[in-house]
Design a protein around this ligand. Structure first.
Ligand SMILES: N[C@@H](CCC(=O)N[C@@H](CS)C(=O)NCC(=O)O)C(=O)O
Length: 114
């Protein structure tokens, strides 16, 4: 189970879209950034840059302790590695080229436009 600390902005949507498309079990934990939730100590404990999204994965692949991750690109790469979905396992496949997977990697840092 993954907790997604989320607010409906482009960076939040990126993670929600991945979780949905990968069919992963997750729970949305709202972080109302207009109300200042991102500055609460309990949120800063795992997202020290006071920004959402962040995730807490209570079922990491190694069966160990829950893993917390902040920064949308770090989260996307983690989830892609964990699930084997949406990113090449061949490092050469990630080098910018016309290959669609490396194009996807180049787009990861971008926000979505609504
Ligand atoms: N580089 C970060 C940016 C995240 C980000 O800017 N989040 C914004 C909303 S889209 C936020 O939480 N802002 C709260 C604040 O700046 O206080 C990422 O990709 O996760």
């Amino acid at each position: 189970m993954t907790d997604l600390h989320y607010w409906p902005t482009p960076n939040g949507h990126k993670i929600a879209i991945f979780l949905e498309e990968a069919g992963l079990d997750y729970t949305i934990k709202p972080v109302d950034i207009s109300a200042g939730d991102q500055f609460k100590p309990e949120f800063l404990a795992f997202s020290p840059n006071n920004r959402m999204p962040a995730i807490i994965d209570s079922a990491p692949a190694d069966g160990g302790e829950p893993i917390t991750i902040f920064e949308s690109v770090a989260i996307l790469v983690y989830l892609a590695e964990k699930t084997g979905r949406f990113m090449s396992h061949d490092v050469l496949g990630r080098i910018p080229s016309d290959h669609h997977e490396s194009q996807a990697l180049r787009h990861l840092p971008r926000g979505l436009r609504t």
